[in-house]
Ligand binder design. Structure first.
Ligand code: ADE
Length: 343
């Protein structure tokens, strides 16, 4: 059964895979870059970032030569910025010792776990490692009609073994991408399109009529609400931003709108929105201020719209500026990047 399963899956992938920019060649650098960008981030959100990044830094050497602030500026809006910092540092280390050529070398890089290492090793180097993410866990749980709870590490390890035995060692990169593609476009979480599935006849979950009940997951932790009141001060078309200190756990060195210190009464908010980062749901309110708040005067600087495009700015601040720009109240041509999941 394994030969027919692999053939059916790969034939489907060859015929109907999405034309994604990182699928144009399997060189190490673009594959590595794409897999890092795709961590926790949807394909549609990654595409424009990937194209811009590759145009500006076409290879490892160009990336290694860049200033970190420029790398972060190109990443700005994509979230999880340690990815950009790690990528940049790794590029510098590759200029001395060359690009990695083994799975364990890739796995040893900061910010790369077994899934990303397997994806890069299989796609760029043709090495037979199964890449198992949430999509692939869902596909396997349905194929095997296995109702084990996939949030447990031991269960995930078992599913990974299963994926490893399914993997086609002759085309590991395509096989892994075919499994991801199946999970992303056909074997969908809520409404699986079994009628379009190339491996339906191998699917034990479907045969048992249980595909919608699988995989079994523990309920997600509830998000906590965190109120965040920000102050917008403008001077002509410039805005006043402050820099996050090096001690910040997240987004150190990024620029953002200052937070309101005491209570503000009788002032109408300019904008309100929510922004979720993992389990934190920020309830953001932006107020207009006539001058920079005294506590931040020394720490802040004025930014023109042009300067902002070259600066790492937090996604919350970008969202705030775009919303306010749309409402026509302030600013000329600030742009926010497309929506992405997570940060
Ligand atoms: N998600 C992670 N890696 C991917 C890839 N190579 N293609 C599509 N989606 C992905």
């Amino acid at each position: 059964m394994i030969g027919p399963f692999r053939r059916a899956l790969l034939a489907w992938y060859d015929a109907s895979r999405r034309d994604l920019p990182w699928r144009r060649n399997n060189d190490f650098y673009p594959v590595w870059l794409s897999e890092i960008m795709l961590q926790q981030t949807r394909v549609e959100a990654v595409i424009p970032y990937f194209d811009r990044f590759l145009a500006r830094f076409p290879n490892t050497a160009a990336l290694a030569d860049a200033a970190e602030s420029e790398v972060l500026a190109l990443w700005s809006g994509l979230g999880y910025y340690s990815r950009a910092r790690n990528l940049h540092r790794a590029a510098r280390s590759f200029t001395e010792r060359g690009d990695p050529s083994r799975y364990d070398e890739i796995l040893a890089l900061a910010g790369i776990g077994p899934y990303t290492a397997a994806a890069i090793a299989s796609i760029a180097l043709g090495l037979p490692h199964a890449a198992v993410d949430g999509n692939v866990l869902r596909v396997i749980s349905r194929l095997k009609n296995d109702a084990s709870e996939i949030s447990q590490a031991a269960i995930r390890a078992r599913f990974t073994k299963e994926a490893q035995s399914l993997l086609d060692p002759r085309r590991p990169g395509d096989f892994n991408q075919a499994m991801m593609e199946l999970g992303a476009t056909v074997c969908l979480p809520r409404n699986p399109r079994c009628g379009e599935c190339p491996v339906q006849r191998f699917c034990e979950g479907r045969a048992a009529g249980r595909e919608r009940e699988l995989p079994v997951k523990r309920r997600k932790d509830q998000a906590r609400d965190i109120p965040l009141d920000l102050l917008l001060t403008t001077r002509g078309n410039e805005v006043f931003l402050i820099r996050r200190g090096a001690q910040e756990r997240r987004l150190a060195g990024f620029w953002e709108l200052p937070q309101k210190q005491g209570p503000i009464r009788g002032v109408k908010p300019l904008a309100k929105f929510t922004h979720r980062i993992v389990n934190d749901r920020f309830r953001v309110t932006v107020y207009a201020a006539s001058s920079p708040p005294p506590t931040f005067r020394e720490a802040g600087e004025w930014f023109s719209p042009e300067r902002i495009t070259q600066t790492p700015v937090t996604t919350i601040t970008r969202k705030a500026l775009t919303l306010i720009e749309r409402s026509g109240r302030v600013l000329g041509k600030l742009r926010t990047p497309p929506k992405r999941s997570g940060q």
